[in-house]
Each structure stands twice: as structure tokens, then as C-alpha cells.
Design a protein around this ligand. Structure first.
Ligand code: FE2
Ligand code: FE2
Length: 184
């Protein structure tokens, strides 16, 4: 979407403003997944997605910090449509994996654009996000594989998640600063 505030922005900065919406959408979508698990007495899966939602919010606030510091006018967007209806637990994790893969593609395009436009600062800013996306795709991919292996036994999935998916992301000292306090 092009608005008058886009005028004069580089393509990289326009994509970054859009990425703010993608991260807020991811955050809100993960609340929907968490609430679905929560209301079906699957507290460990709920915990993972509530926490993941906070991480996505932080990603948005890191981008907002960068936009403000770079004097790029950023308006706070509404999110895209959030999906709340699912048939099986697997559908939620499959959606999460699709979402993480889509976000990874978005960051690859951002990185390519920064490079094409010789935006060295922008390219540097993206490095942490590229690494983060590798971790998040791997995490959701593992969770989906565990669900398939459990073959409908949600007690096994909950046990795995309780044991192997703690909230602490760890080693985040290189994470970009957020606008306002970080939540996770
Ligand atoms: Fe994110
Ligand atoms: Fe993510």
C-alpha cells in the first residue's frame, strides 16, 4: 500500500515499514494459537505460543526503534486477518511454520533490497533477524515433526514441549534495541 508518507522513502525503508505490520500480525496470530491450546487444556503448547507472541512484538518494536532512529516516518498499523478456527492441533503448528517461512522470505527480500540500494546500515540491522528466523523455522519444524510422531497423543506432545521448549531464548545480547521496554 502506498500512502503520501511513503514519498521519498527508499524501497528498503518501505519494506521495513511493512515488516512492522507482519511482525504485529505474527504476534496477534500467536495469541490466537495460544488461546486455542489454552482453552483445550494444553497448557504447555499455550505457553510456547503466548511467549512466541511476546517475541514477535519485540521484533516489531526493534524495527520501530530502528525506523525512529533513522528518521523514517512510521505509522502503527492494524494487523492482517487473524485465523482462529482450526480442526486439529496439527493445523495450528503447520500455520506457525508457514508463517515463519513467509517471514524468512520477507527478511531475505529486505536483505537483498538493502544490498541493491547500498544501504549498509540497513543490511547490518537485518543480520540478527536472519539468524532469529533460522531458529524460529527450526523450532516450529521440530514441533510439527514431534506432533506427527506423537500421532494424536497430545500428552506426549505436552511432555516434549515442557521438557525441550523453555521460554528463555538465551544469548540475546546482540539483539537490536526495542522502542520502549522489551517484553521477553
Ligand atoms: Fe518475528
Ligand atoms: Fe517469528
Amino acid at each position: 500500500m502506498t500512502t503520501s508518507t511513503d514519498h521519498g522513502l527508499s524501497k528498503f525503508h518501505r519494506l521495513l515499514v511493512e515488516q512492522l505490520r507482519h511482525e504485529f500480525t505474527a504476534s496477534q496470530q500467536y495469541i490466537a494459537l495460544a488461546a486455542w491450546f489454552d482453552s483445550r487444556d494444553l497448557p504447555q503448547l499455550a505457553r510456547v505460543f503466548y511467549y512466541q507472541s511476546l517475541e514477535e512484538r519485540d521484533h516489531a518494536m526493534m524495527i520501530l526503534r530502528f525506523l525512529i532512529d533513522s528518521d523514517v516516518p512510521a505509522t502503527i498499523p492494524a494487523t492482517d486477518e487473524i485465523r482462529n478456527e482450526f480442526d486439529t492441533p496439527r493445523d495450528l503448528v503447520a500455520l506457525a511454520l508457514r508463517q515463519e517461512r513467509a517471514v524468512t522470505d520477507q527478511f531475505h527480500l529486505l536483505a537483498k533490497t538493502a544490498r541493491d540500494e547500498n544501504d549498509y546500515t540497513g543490511e547490518q540491522f537485518l543480520q540478527w533477524f536472519l539468524k532469529e528466523q533460522t531458529e524460529e523455522v527450526a523450532k516450529m519444524s521440530t514441533l510439527l515433526a514431534v506432533m506427527d510422531r506423537a500421532n494424536g497423543n497430545m500428552f506426549d506432545v505436552e511432555s516434549f514441549v515442557a521438557r525441550d521448549m523453555p521460554d528463555t531464548s538465551g544469548g540475546e545480547s546482540d539483539a537490536p534495541a526495542t522502542a520502549g521496554p522489551a517484553t521477553s
